[in-house]
Design a protein around this ligand. Structure first.
Ligand code: ATP
Ligand code: MG
Length: 413
């Protein structure tokens, strides 16, 4: 992508109406546009990051035999009255509206009830089980406070997955497989070091649900950690958990975290409420066992910004960066050689953001730092004379010099 063609522009200052660092930087660098508090649009740069996060999550969900689908945002009221969750007292984030004929509809804040209704159509026999399905979907929630930028949206992207099983044992095995898959996701997303499987409030059939909590100052949760024993407990269940886990409160360290994922074991509770049944080997009707598993895609993006950005701007890891490198051309001959390098790398499938604008070097370098690609390559007249070009790591700020051929080899191998 040539920067001269990129319609978004960086701005010199952070937006004044935005308190969260993640949104400030993403807006300033041209990755997102704020529509209103808690509602953001993603520009081509922002979309590339989201798609990279989704690709990782998609690969890991496919690897545990889940099948991707996409469900509607508009939902029928009747589904929710089956479980009592149409109630605004029980669910305080509902956006609701009505059709022209007066029929009430809700905007999906989760798809637990709708997925059961969908699966009821297909589930007949134990031979149809297990089933696991997932989607990347825009959830709509009328959140009271939306002050954490893209980490708490009123509209946000969630990966939600649902699994259905014939037996409790089968669900338990799958639940563990999901935990392992989630760990692989956070590992590939670069936040595994600081992400903990955390005991949190219930589960219908289990005492606790499990959250994936990432240590992050900008988060909204508090977690008690035992790093040695690798135990993490959400503040909300700390008293229960201490008893259950046999640890002493004084051994635990209180840390600020962001919830990047959440998984629930529903047992047969939801199936009983909504009559999700199948014929067993014994010829009898049985309620299915169900689990529900979420990852906050846009929240993860915000957490990554918060954790890795520095005073100069965004810092992306290679796995999710929109482009692998920002190629900066300086001078006339520099421009010609940069054109050539851009063509070579593009042909090899390397993602390059090519700063071909007629701007001063200082402006280009500052933008490269703000936009945060893992590598910056500078092709200047001076470099051509010396035969050495600068390769700068955004993460460490270190610069090494390489010949033209070495640069090509660095990115293509
Ligand atoms: P929270 O406790 O942060 O309000 P939740 O428990 O209501 O979240 P879930 O319904 O479990 O969230 O949703 C699954 C995942 O979606 C969460 O783990 C989180 O990563 C993400 N998520 C939830 N609400 C939001 C939001 N308003 N904006 C962005 N991501 C969110
Ligand atoms: Mg949660």
């Amino acid at each position: 992508m040539r920067m001269s063609q990129l319609f978004t522009k960086t701005s010199k200052t952070a937006p004044s109406d935005e308190m969260a660092k993640n949104a400030q930087l993403l807006i300033q660098a041209g990755y997102v546009h704020k529509t209103m508090a808690g509602v953001y649009s993603y520009t081509p740069l922002g979309l590339r990051v989201l798609e990279n996060i989704k690709r990782i999550v998609r690969e890991e969900m496919n690897a545990i035999d889940s099948q991707e689908l996409i469900m509607s945002s508009l939902q029928r009221k009747e589904l929710w009255t089956e479980t009592g969750r149409w109630s605004d007292e029980l669910v305080d984030v509902w956006f609701k509206s009505h059709l022209q004929d007066g029929t009430e509809v809700g905007f999906g804040w989760t798809h637990e009830e709708p997925i059961i209704e969908l699966l009821r159509n297909y589930l007949k026999s134990y031979k149809d089980l297990p089933i696991s399905v997932y989607q990347f979907q825009n959830k709509l929630r009328n959140e009271l406070r939306a002050k954490s930028g893209i980490m708490r949206g009123r509209e946000f992207i969630m990966k939600d997955m649902y699994s259905v099983h014939a037996t409790r044992e089968d669900l338990d095995v799958y639940y563990e497989a999901v935990i392992a898959a989630y760990k692989r996701c956070y590992d590939r997303l670069g936040i595994d070091q600081d992400t903990y499987v955390t005991f949190a409030s219930g589960g219908a059939f289990t005492k606790f649900s499990h959250e994936f909590q990432t240590i992050c100052e900008a988060g909204e949760d508090y977690v008690y950690l035992h790093r040695g024993k690798n135990i993490a407990v959400n503040e909300e269940v700390i008293d229960d958990a201490i008893v259950e886990l046999g640890v002493d409160r004084s051994e635990l360290e209180k840390v600020k975290t962001a919830e990047v994922g959440n998984i629930f074991n529903f047992g047969t509770q939801k199936s009983e409420e909504m009559k999700l049944v199948f014929t067993g080997e014994d010829g009898q009707q049985h309620y299915a066992y169900m689990g529900s598993y979420g990852i906050g895609i846009t929240r993860v993006m915000g957490v990554i910004v918060e954790k890795f950005a520095d005073e100069k701007g965004l810092v992306w890891t290679e796995n999710i960066a929109p482009f692998k490198l920002q190629l900066v051309a300086i001078g006339e001959r520099g421009g010609e050689l940069a054109n050539q390098l851009y063509g070579t790398l593009m042909k090899a499938g390397v993602e390059v953001l090519y700063d071909d604008r007629a701007e001063r070097p200082g402006v280009k370098f500052a933008d490269a730092e703000l936009m945060g690609m893992p590598w910056r390559v500078t092709i200047s007249d001076r470099g051509i004379d010396s035969g050495e070009f600068e390769l700068t790591s955004r993460q460490t700020g270190e610069t090494v010099t390489k010949s033209y051929d070495e640069l090509v080899a660095f990115f293509i191998d």
